[in-house]
Design a protein around this ligand. Structure first.
Ligand code: ADP
Ligand code: MG
Length: 240
């Protein structure tokens, strides 16, 4: 579903991704771990072309994405992304937030987008909040709306960048629950998270980054029991 080959990214003199290789199979759930500053967010942003890699190649669903020749806005609609901060439109109701991109970017007829949005809001348990504004929601509810909004574009892959890091602890579970339901629906997902319990339970594979490179990949059971790379050992001794 996703293939990344030798991706490099620089910010000025700073070499942030140093030759990343990654493949994600259809329906696979990959949890991406690594210390702060190791390049996790930059890698996700390269995967949905919010950042353009300076070197290397990316394929989506078997198709090579040439950032110069491809309509990246079109590509981005296939890749849902959920951030730590929810980035909902504050001046729009929950329902309007969810139908905005399908209607304006994908040109889905409004009534069809509305029906789909209502079913997604039901899925994340927020159908009764469809007419309220984001300000009236808790952080967990906002994040569930953000997930519904991403799903409204019918993406092939969902990327999550620390989706629960900004939440009060008692609100983390409801967001992880929605993500687990996506896993059950066979969504292909790449998730940056510090929720080790979630990683253990749902990841097919854990990928550990250090200093702009993937230095270890393993099944969660293996990774958490016996991390091989010294930096992975160090990381786990801090978070476990
Ligand atoms: P992580 O998500 O693993 O914490 P990031 O991908 O956010 O790491 O950042 C990796 C490195 O790149 C950090 O040193 C960070 O300061 C730097 N960086 C990230 N985005 C930018 C940017 N837009 N401009 C300059 N430096 C950046
Ligand atoms: Mg980050």
């Amino acid at each position: 579903m996703v293939k990344v080959e030798n991706v490099h990214k620089y910010f000025g003199p700073l070499h942030v991704l140093k030759g990343v290789h990654l493949e994600v199979e259809p329906q696979e759930v990959v949890v991406l771990l690594g210390a702060s500053g190791s390049g996790k967010s930059t890698l996700l942003r390269c995967l949905n072309f919010l950042e353009i890699a300076d070197e290397g190649k990316i394929w989506l669903d078997g198709q090579f994405i040439d950032p110069v020749k491809t309509d990246l806005n079109r590509v981005r609609t296939d890749i849902g992304m959920v951030f730590q901060h929810f980035n909902l439109f504050p001046h729009m109701s929950v329902l309007e937030n969810v139908i905005e991109a399908p209607v304006h970017v994908k040109k889905v007829p409004r009534e069809e987008a509305r029906e789909n949005a209502l079913s997604l809001l039901r899925k994340v348990g927020l159908e009764d909040k469809k007419d309220v504004y984001p300000d009236a929601l808790s952080g967990g509810q906002k994040q569930r709306v953000a997930i519904a909004r991403s799903l409204a574009m019918n993406p092939r892959v969902m990327l999550f960048d620390e989706p629960t890091s900004a939440l009060d602890p008692e609100l983390v579970g409801e967001v992880l629950q929605v993500m687990k339901e996506l896993v059950e629906d066979s969504m292909t997902m790449v998730v940056v998270t510090h929720e080790i319990g979630f990683a253990r339970e749902v990841a097919d594979r854990v990928v550990f980054m250090d200093d702009g490179q993937i230095v270890e990949e393993a099944e969660p059971e293996q990774f958490f029991a016996q991390p091989q790379h010294p930096k992975a050992q160090q990381f786990l001794s801090r978070v476990l």
